[in-house]
Unconditional design. Structure first.
Length: 202
């Protein structure tokens, strides 16, 4: 997310940031970093339970997409439109989010968790000077081998200073992994999970 919000787009304090898939790993990082950089963040997720974790973050509003559509929710929370969309989801949600961008707004494409690669009409980008920007960390690191160290040291510095507050992963035993994976598949579990492999004592 450091690449997305400090390089591919340079987020300025006060900009309005819509984060799609805010219950997922990329979405959580986006909410955390955007909030720390002074953005006014709308954390959008498929249910209240998946985005509740962000309720106490500075400058963050929650948008529960099971209770209101994206366009209506954005209109209520950001009547002036969105300056930046962080999009790891794709699909119809991405197309709706692009429409919600304010003039000169930027749509950051990070992934397609919905399984659907959206097709954006060039007219949607032309009208009101919008920008669609790809963010591919793997490619960027291959292109500039020194980038990983710089991004990581910025992130670690922000975490140790308390500006970034990444969500702690839950822990589970290795034998519980199938159940955890089933929960993730059902959408009943969000956030990251670390499986602990205990050494033999015998
Ligand atoms: N560009 C890059 O450099 C980069 C780096 C890492 C990952 N990625 C990509 O980013 C995407 C998201 O990764 P992630 O680690 O954040 O995944 P994740 O933890 O599984 O989260 C994905 C989120 O997408 C939303 N979603 C909407 N429709 C969905 C569907 N049909 N199935 C599953 N999720 C759906 C969910 O949001 P709700 O919480 O609202 O339900 C979910 O929390 C993936 O495509 C991944 O490959 C890109």
């Amino acid at each position: 997310m450091q690449l997305a919000l400090t390089r591919r787009h340079r987020l300025r304090p006060g900009e309005t940031v819509l984060v799609l898939g805010a219950g997922g790993a990329i979405g959580r990082a986006a909410v955390d970093v955007a909030s720390a950089l002074g953005g006014r963040v709308i954390a959008a997720g498929s249910s209240r339970g998946r985005i509740e974790w962000a309720a106490d973050r500075a400058g963050v509003d929650l948008l529960d997409l099971s209770a209101s559509g994206l366009a209506d929710g954005v209109r209520d929370l950001a009547p002036g439109g969105i300056d930046v969309v962080v999009d790891p989801v794709g699909g119809p949600l991405a197309s709706e989010a692009l429409k919600s961008l304010a003039p000169f707004g930027t749509h950051l494409v990070l992934g397609f968790a919905s399984g659907d690669i959206p097709r954006f009409g060039a007219n949607r980008v032309l009208i009101a000077n919008k920008t669609v920007v790809g963010v591919d960390l793997g490619h960027a690191l291959g292109h500039d081998p020194t980038l990983a160290e710089r991004l990581m040291s910025e992130v670690l510095e922000a975490v140790s200073a308390g500006r970034y507050r990444p969500c702690e992963p839950a822990e589970c035993e290795l034998e519980d992994v199938p159940g955890v994976l089933a929960d993730i598949e059902r959408g009943s579990r969000s956030g990251q999970v670390v499986a602990t492999i205990r050494g033999s004592t015998g």
